[in-house]
Design a binder for this molecule. Structure first.
Ligand code: GDP
Length: 445
């Protein structure tokens, strides 16, 4: 979709060359393309209509300055308007409250509330150095309470027990009381979701809101819901004063239109995006970058950004420091590198973004296979114990067998991975910390 639109717009921009003004006639053609692109990106129809009307109003009769061509000016207006609709830059989580700052999670069942609660706990612990407590108000699904317990512990936060025979209000009061007494900075409250909007559910979460007086009420929504996201968002906005949105499963949705729809309908900023089911698969949402992605403009720019975002400078610095201090490079670092490769949006999506002359050559490389290979390697490392990852020399025959069984591969594959790791380790040893940083910087642009 992206490249087709870019092509169409480029053609229109060319046709419009030489015209000093953006006129009703030439604007019409371009807006038709933009409209199609938005619909193809799964933006809801009423949102598209509004958007096009605003762009038209801004564009018509606007003088085109300097060397800027009318077509390019219109593309600029569309981009700016998209970014404005989506919100400016990044919106951080608000914790400005008498501790504990309460964060209430709202959304349909399956939206990713529980997963996001744990991801957010990890984010607040690691990035904001907070002491975090979680609690589940989902008294309908005992499994949901257990799930929250498991993921909370993975996140390194504390979990407050609740059970299906309690009332959500009572759970909330007890958790709040415990958080106060034990000096927690943040209390994250996971709530029950239903498969569809219903009155009882809405009443319940409104009650919880009244008891908890949260500083953040986050609406968690599945990006893959596309058009339906609008109705869900509207219902939640009517029931609750939403302060932010978390868009989950963005990794499964290349179109990204839900972001625009949900943002427009709720008026609340999108604060985070879920980009994998893993506990660290949460990203602070960057509105402007996402706006560009929806219309597929500046694919090459996106590629450059993607590569620099993929190389996590913080992780690179940690790694460099480790190499310097002689701690060495272990299998955790190796896993980190594999994950960074995946974070770059997957190899094949990266290839999609390159100009065709380049990809034609690379066509001989089987990208799907390369990606599968990364996933298998990840699977193998994930089947090791933390101790084995830190000290790979512990991995002898019996351990290899256990790891292979856990990952569902042959022992030879475990051997191959260990060999590859050793080669990488050798390279890392040769490179002094400074050299590595330079290399990472060069990759990051
Ligand atoms: P809840 O019912 O709203 O609490 O939803 P869950 O947290 O149980 O999530 C439902 C499913 O979506 C689970 O299988 C999660 O692993 C998955 N999930 C949640 N967020 C993401 C995400 O950002 N990316 C991907 N790929 N999966 C996600």
């Amino acid at each position: 979709m992206a490249s087709a639109l870019t092509e169409k717009l480029t053609r229109l921009v060319k046709e419009m060359r030489g015209q000093a003004r953006i006129t009703e006639a030439n604007v019409q053609d371009m807006l038709r393309e933009v409209r199609m692109a938005l619909l193809e990106a799964d933006v809801a129809l009423p949102v598209v209509r509004d958007f096009i009307a605003r762009v038209k109003e801004k564009a018509l009769g606007q003088e085109v300055l300097g060397s800027l061509k009318p077509g390019q000016a219109l593309v600029g207006i569309v981009n700016k308007e998209l970014a404005a609709t989506m919100g400016k830059g990044v919106a951080d989580i608000n914790l400005a409250a008498q501790p504990p700052a309460v964060i209430l999670m709202a959304g349909l069942q399956g939206a990713g509330k529980t997963t996001t609660t744990a991801k957010l706990a990890k984010h607040l612990i690691e990035k904001r150095r907070k002491k975090v407590l979680t609690v589940s108000g989902d008294v309908y699904r005992p499994a949901a309470i257990e799930q929250l317990k498991t993921v909370t512990h993975q996140a390194g936060a504390e979990w407050f027990p609740s059970s299906p025979d309690q009332k959500p209000r009572d759970i909330a009061t007890a958790a709040l009381d415990y958080a106060r007494k034990h000096y927690f900075d943040v209390l994250l409250v996971d709530t029950a979701g239903r498969l569809a909007i219903d009155e009882v559910l809405m009443q319940e979460i409104q009650d919880l809101h009244a008891v908890l007086k949260p500083v953040e009420t986050l609406f968690v929504v599945d990006a893959m819901q596309g058009q339906d996201a609008v109705n869900t968002a509207r219902a939640f906005k009517e029931a609750l004063p939403l302060t932010g949105i978390v868009l989950t499963k963005l990794d499964g949705d290349s179109r990204g239109g839900a972001a625009l729809s949900v943002r427009q309908v709720t008026g609340a900023p999108i604060k985070f995006a879920g980009i994998s089911e893993k506990i660290d698969g949460l990203e602070v949402f960057d509105a402007e970058r996402h706006a560009g992605r929806i219309l597929g403009m500046g694919d090459i720019v996106a590629l450059v950004e993607q590569v620099s975002a993929g190389v996590d400078m913080e992780a690179a610095q940690k790694l460099a420091a480790k190499v310097k201090s002689g701690d060495g490079f272990d299998l955790n670092d190796f896993l980190g590198q594999l994950q960074q490769m995946k974070q770059m949006g997957g190899l094949s999506s990266l290839m999609d973004k390159l100009p065709t002359e380049l990809t034609a050559k690379a066509g001989q490389v089987d990208m799907d296979r390369a990606e599968r290979d990364i996933r298998r390697k990840e699977g193998i490392i994930c089947s090791m114990t933390p101790q084995e990852r830190r000290k790979p020399e512990l991995i002898k025959a019996t351990r290899k067998k256990r790891i292979a069984a856990g990952a569902g591969v042959q022992v030879q594959e475990v051997n191959r991975l260990l060999k590859e790791f050793e080669q990488m380790q050798g390279m890392m040893k040769k490179m002094k910390g400074g050299g590595l940083m330079k290399l990472m910087k060069r990759m990051g642009g």
